[in-house]
Design a protein around this ligand. Structure first.
Ligand SMILES: *Cc1c(COP(=O)(O)O)cnc(C)c1O
Length: 508
């Protein structure tokens, strides 16, 4: 999206040493060039500039797949020119998507009869999947309210405050009030009891998360189901559940098959999962599965007569690539249940290696859970050493690691964490290396002259002012140098900006 700002007025053209062999004049940055350039030059200019991007495989911030087998890369390249929507022309691709939908529905224990086919659709990611699932709930609720002659203009949805930003998007774009259960210190997921308490007659559904983005923790969907069943019995409502299993949907069935979070629970009506996270496909694929036909209102399905045949569709976009669907099918048949279990087992083990390594340093408190998405979220135990998690993240960048630091949402905002996501391509060696590098970074930061503690800065920020030039430390008054005061002001602004950013929780 082009909402970016132009930072430099003077730097209006781009230069490239190699490409200057082909083009003598530099290219305009924001205007289409008048003339064509040789293809070699175009390639080189872009290739060179992209070198400054981080290395995807060292990007420990993201759940999204960064490695696939070369055989699958080939299938992807071979289908890169196929428009998915041309179902009539590419019937095999459509068939592969339907097979994926059914395989995933079975994996999630959809109550399907012998010859029954699953209800679901491939999407660009969990965000699109969530918009569709949310719309189905909203429409179903509206239809019911209309039939009862009751007002249907104030729908709401209940979630934890730890929801991913796409739920806020859904709420805003589709005009549904988002009712968030607040988090507390040491409990960073939705409390099912509090969620059920917030449910009212206008609630279209409760959305639970299997694998909170913040710390990977699974929410207790079974307890939510049981409490909600009780409430429904008393009130006569039929509030149901959507499970956002963007990351956990391809983990729980393999590592903890006995955990009941899916269609085994009667109130779970739809589930989304990101094919491009632990579904092990590159960015661009997600899935939404409905429990049964009755849970997807017929009027949301478009029957288009496109180039000859009737095609039922329920998506937000029209044209899109086919490669990701084909790649998902490749992974499902190539790995099978056994293969996925091995990959998830490995990820989990590497997460444990990293967790134990970090615990051994004695400097971190682990805020992720062993049973959850394979990631390690951790915060500093001692906040009074004059640096915070953001500085650790920044310093780690120098070693090539991309590790995000972020603040928890409202009511746990003072907690900052670092988060390392373990993907298939993150080996044990890398986990051990990362622990070594984090230790080095800590030594480096320890050796820096003392700075005002970040905790103080946060407090100051809450008070709305920057503290003066004196500070109590261990009972003695320490006079600050101009440098220290300068640092404090910088820290204040950093915290201020981070607090603004953390409101959105834009980590993915
Ligand atoms: C990643 C994620 C999303 C968004 O999914 P995309 O596939 O990136 O669109 C939604 N919810 C949760 C819990 C996630 O982890």
């Amino acid at each position: 999206m082009v909402l970016s700002k132009i930072f430099s007025q003077s730097d209006v053209s781009m230069h490239s040493t190699f490409a200057s062999r082909y083009v003598r004049e530099s290219l305009p940055r924001y205007k289409m060039p008048e003339k064509s350039i040789p293809k070699e030059a175009a390639f080189q200019i872009i290739n060179d500039e992209l070198m400054l991007d981080g290395k995807p495989r060292l990007n420990l911030a993201s759940f999204v797949t960064t490695w696939m087998e070369p055989e699958c890369d080939k299938l992807i390249m071979d289908s890169i020119n196929k428009n998915y929507v041309d179902m009539d022309e590419y019937p095999v691709t459509t068939e592969l998507q339907n097979r994926c939908v059914n395989m995933i529905a079975h994996l999630f224990n959809a109550p399907l009869g012998e010859s029954e086919v699953a209800v679901g659709v491939g999407t660009v990611g969990s965000s699109e999947a969530i918009m569709l699932a949310g719309l189905a709930f909203k429409r179903k609720w509206q239809n019911k309210r209309k039939a009862e002659g009751k007002p249907y203009d104030k729908p709401n949805i209940v979630t934890g405050a730890n929801v991913q930003v796409c739920w806020e998007k859904f709420a805003r774009y589709f005009e549904v009030e988002l009712k968030e259960v607040k988090l507390t210190e040491n409990y960073y997921v939705m409390d099912p009891a509090k969620a059920v308490e917030m449910v009212d007659e206008n609630t279209i559904c409760v959305a639970a998360i299997l694998g909170s983005t913040l710390n990977g923790e699974f929410e207790d969907v079974k307890l939510l189901n049981d409490l909600l069943l009780e409430k429904n019995k008393i009130t006569g409502w039929d509030t149901s559940i959507h499970v956002d299993a963007a990351s956990g949907g391809f983990i729980a069935p393999f590592l903890w098959p006995e955990l009941e979070w899916d269609f085994r629970l009667p109130l779970v009506k739809s589930i989304n999962v990101s094919g491009h996270k632990y579904g092990l496909v590159y960015a661009g694929v997600g899935w939404v599965i409905w429990r049964s036909k009755e849970d997807l209102p017929e009027e949301l399905i478009f029957h288009i007569n496109y180039l000859g045949t009737d095609q039922p569709t329920f998506t937000l976009n029209f044209s899109k690539g086919s490669s990701q669907i084909i790649a998902q099918y490749y992974q499902l048949i190539r790995l099978g249940y056994e293969g996925y279990r091995n990959v998830m087992d490995n990820c989990h083990e590497n997460a444990m290696v990293l967790k134990e390594g970090l615990e051994k340093t004695g400097r971190f408190k682990i805020v992720s859970k062993d049973k959850g998405v394979p990631l390690v979220a951790f915060s500093l135990k001692d906040k009074n050493r004059g640096y915070d998690e953001f500085e650790i993240a920044e310093t780690l960048r120098r070693f090539g690691w991309i590790v995000p630091a972020y603040a928890m949402p409202a009511d746990a905002k003072h907690i900052t964490v670092l988060r390392v996501v373990i993907r298939e391509d993150f080996s044990r060696t890398l986990a051990e290396r990362l622990v070594l590098d984090i230790t080095k970074v800590m030594h480096e930061l320890d050796a820096l002259p003392a700075k005002p503690s970040s905790k103080k800065s946060v407090n100051n920020e809450e008070n709305g002012k920057i503290s003066g030039s004196r500070e109590e430390k261990n009972g003695t008054v320490v006079k600050k140098t101009a440098m220290e005061t300068q640092r404090e002001i910088t820290a204040y602004w950093k915290n201020f900006v981070m607090a603004k950013k953390s409101d959105k929780n834009k980590i993915c």
